[in-house]
Design a protein around this ligand. Structure first.
Ligand code: 3PG
Ligand code: MG
Length: 398
């Protein structure tokens, strides 16, 4: 990896419009933010620019609205939270570019903040469109990427925009990339990876590459449903992704050739709906009306064994529907066990991902890991050894 273009700390930013690309992709339930970790993480960064008397223009995405306006995914509620945390004025722009927004960006006073609406309401964001990025660049004078967790996406507000405005790698982004690179390059074996969560399509491909580098891979969460189904078990109404059989077959075969242990759940917690009673079941007892929402006791014990065997653990993705306490047992126990071994057995533990951070916070283990990154997909892709498009564009001599 080349050296990243860093912002000169002494640069006079007084009255300058600084576009900060940050990641405010927070977990939401019914229009309410359920975990503020990602917001809290960027507060000191924003404060730094406020103190430098810049006009701070914030760009982020929230969820995956697929290029359409979706009120449930508006960043407006985040503006209110930010305002309280920052203790300074945060204005909100309903449109992310155009004359009205440019005017707003000029009109705010130095030391004030303007949050732009969810950038993924525009389809041009994900297609990394040039004209769109050029327009977007007009809302600021310089651009700083502090969204490591979005830097695996070749999207307009991460990549193309850097071609139209003076652009820099933020301090936190650089630190995060360096830290993960440092910890994983000297990772002591056995290295194990626990992968979960529900963003199946973006993670399942990554697994094919990870098996070559890991001694064990544990699959939990909605991801695991694909494997459980592939093995011929009923998964009832559980979340899964269609047409992944070949990929799964490939992963299983690659595990064998690379001598990587593959652990999938052998018992699960099911419920008929989120509201109904949680029941422990072996895989052969799952009925058509069941939804798998967490891992069971004997699976947890198997994971404990893997954690005990490992010198390095990487974790991305909760083991269940952790938003509800009754389905967060598996994730809690994993967090506690990793914390215990990090403290007592010199385990190097690295966790990443918005939901994973939320789960770790919920279980009171936020100080128990060697390093916690708020990035999920970007974290995994960096582990895979991939070059992240959003990082590449910020390298010097590109
Ligand atoms: C994340 O939550 O991992 C980042 O915000 C990126 O989101 P995405 O996976 O929807 O691109
Ligand atoms: Mg992700």
């Amino acid at each position: 990896m080349g050296k990243l273009k860093a912002l000169d700390e002494n640069l006079n930013l007084n009255n300058k419009r600084v576009i900060l690309r940050i990641d405010l992709n927070v977990p939401m339930q019914e229009g309410k933010v359920t975990d503020e970790s990602r917001i809290k993480k960027v507060v000191p960064i924003i404060k730094k620019f406020i103190n430098k008397k810049a006009k701070v223009i914030l760009i982020s995405h929230l969820g995956r609205p697929k290029g359409k306006i979706d009120e449930k995914l508006s960043l407006k509620p985040v503006a209110t939270i930010l305002e309280n945390l920052l203790n300074s004025k945060v204005y909100f722009a309903n449109e992310s570019y155009g004359s009205v927004t440019v005017e707003k960006s000029n009109k705010i006073k130095s030391g004030e903040v303007l949050l732009l609406e969810n950038i993924r309401f525009y389809k041009e964001e994900e297609t990394n469109e040039k004209a769109f990025a050029k327009e977007l660049s007009k809302v600021g004078d310089i651009y700083v990427n502090e969204a490591f967790s979005c830097s695996h996406r070749a999207h307009a507000s991460v990549c193309e925009i850097t071609k139209h405005i003076d652009s820099y790698a933020g301090k936190l982004l650089s630190e995060e990339v360096n830290m993960i690179n440092m910890l994983t390059s000297k990772a002591e074996k056995p290295v194990s990876c626990i992968i979960g969560g529900s963003k199946i399509s973006t993670k399942i491909g990554i697994l094919t590459n990870l098996v070559k580098r890991m001694q064990s891979i544990v699959i939990v969460g909605a991801m695991a449903n694909n494997f459980i189904k592939y093995k011929g078990h009923n998964i009832g109404k559980s979340l899964f992704e269609k047409n992944q059989e070949n990929l799964i077959k490939d992963i299983i075969e690659k595990c064998k050739t690379n001598n990587c242990k593959l652990i999938i759940p052998e018992d699960v917690i099911v419920a008929q709906s989120y509201e109904s009673e949680a029941k422990l079941k072996s895989l052969d007892k799952v009925k058509d009306s069941d939804m798998i929402l967490d891992i069971g006791e004997s699976t947890i014990n198997k994971i404990y064994k893997i954690i005990d065997e490992s010198k390095t653990i990487l974790w991305n993705g909760p083991a269940g529907y952790f938003e509800l306490d009754k389905f967060s047992v598996g994730s809690n126990k994993i967090a506690k066990k990793i914390t215990e071994n990090t403290k007592n057995k010199n385990l190097t533990s690295i966790a990443g991902g918005g939901d994973t951070v939320a789960v770790i916070n919920k279980s009171g283990c936020s100080n128990g890991f060697t390093y916690i990154s708020t990035a999920g997909g970007a974290f995994l892709e960096l582990l895979e050894g991939k070059i992240l498009p959003g990082i590449k564009v910020l390298e010097i001599n590109e």
